[in-house]
Design a protein around this ligand. Structure first.
Ligand SMILES: NC(=O)c1ccc[n+]([C@@H]2O[C@H](COP(=O)([O-])OP(=O)(O)OC[C@H]3O[C@@H](n4cnc5c(N)ncnc54)[C@H](OP(=O)(O)O)[C@@H]3O)[C@@H](O)[C@H]2O)c1
Length: 328
């Protein structure tokens, strides 16, 4: 039997990705087969297809790291799932397809009230944001949190979580349309670094002290400024390099401020071996979602065969929150 999938046959331009019929993968004893309803588009999926991500899967491969759907088959030794269960999953690749075969441990059952779109979205937005803010940077109530690229998938989630954790949230974005979006999402203050000096505004908004925690997804020139507007004993979370430049740090600056530079690699943890920690995190986020305290923001929806167009939309900085791909 066959199913349709986006296929990457060589690393490089995303325009070389094709949508075609593929043989169904065989099912291992510890695996589940999921009929995918929705997948979410992430920056990492594009980096991987370009051959720029730290993990390079053997070619050909199907991109896509996060999705949601219905289990249609379980391996012989899988006892916690059955056909018909509604799940989300997180895998390094394979989500831009009508079906995926993945280790059962990567799947999480979702509540009846949660739709597939939310399920496919929160695991690469709220999960890494929670991991970064709570587990890595220990954000405390009353602290000031600055988020760069704040209208993106990670950023919109970090705004909500920052507010829930009792922080004062300053959202930094690059356009007027995004200013409106982050304000509506609950940011206390907004910086538009498209027209304002990021470092000066952070200083101004913090009475000259700087931010206690900065979550940076951009790197490049913005990161260069982050290191100059973090408070004493502050933490800068290094989350991503959407600008394309991995910055370097004059190490006298963190020294002078007793500041920490906190690396976050959610994939290394969230798709790694701490399954108990991941279950705890998911239980917490599903509870927050069930009580309406968090909701992933989706700005664009594309059918699966238009994945390349969706990727160009993301690279064009048009997305607010997440872009999703619908397979059914
Ligand atoms: N370390 C981890 O564990 C982890 C987990 C998840 C994601 N990430 C990384 O975090 C970053 C953000 O992820 P995301 O899902 O929030 O991405 P996203 O939705 O695309 O948001 C990224 C934001 O970066 C800003 N940006 C600045 N320069 C850009 C450029 N040259 N091209 C594109 N965007 C640019 C854009 O905001 P403005 O237009 O407002 O500037 C955009 O909204 C990515 O690099 C991703 O790989 C890391």
């Amino acid at each position: 039997m066959t199913m349709k999938a986006i296929v990457c046959k060589e690393f490089g331009s995303i325009d070389n990705l094709v949508f075609e019929k593929n043989e169904r993968a065989p099912l291992g004893s510890t695996q589940v087969r999921i009929a995918i309803h929705v997948a979410s588009l992430g920056f990492m999926d594009i980096l991987m297809a370009r051959g720029l991500y730290q993990l390079k899967p053997p070619l050909p491969y199907t991109p896509g790291s996060c999705g949601a759907g219905e289990i249609i088959e379980v391996g012989d030794s899988v006892s916690n799932f059955k056909a018909g269960d509604r799940v989300s999953f997180l895998n390094y690749h394979g989500a831009y397809a009508e079906e995926i075969v993945t280790e059962a441990v990567t799947a999480i059952q979702i509540p009846d009230a949660m739709d597939f779109e939310q399920a496919a979205t929160y695991r690469l937005t709220y999960s890494p944001s929670w991991y970064a803010l709570v587990e890595r940077a220990a954000l405390k109530s009353g602290e000031t949190l600055v988020i760069t690229g704040a209208a993106g998938g990670v950023g919109m989630a970090a705004i909500r979580l920052g507010k829930l954790l009792g922080a004062r949230v300053i959202a930094a974005v690059g356009s007027e349309a995004k200013v409106q979006a982050v304000r509506a999402n609950g940011a206390d203050e907004v910086i538009n670094y498209g027209v304002e000096n990021f470092r000066d505004r952070v200083k101004e908004l913090t009475g000259g002290k700087g931010a206690d925690v900065i979550l940076d997804v951009i790197g490049g020139d913005i990161f260069d400024q982050c290191i100059r507007c973090v408070n004493m004993w502050g933490r800068i979370i290094v989350m991503g390099f959407a600008s394309g430049r991995i910055p370097t740090v004059p190490m006298n600056l963190p020294l002078l401020k007793n500041a920490s530079i906190v690396g976050v690699f959610f994939g290394g943890w969230g798709m790694g071996k701490d399954h108990e920690g991941i279950r705890r995190l998911n239980a917490k986020l599903l509870e927050l979602a069930a009580t309406g305290q968090i909701k992933a923001h989706v700005s664009h929806r594309f059918p699966l065969d238009q994945t390349v167009k969706a990727m160009h939309t993301l690279l064009g900085r048009e997305a607010i929150g997440k872009i999703i791909l619908t397979a059914r």
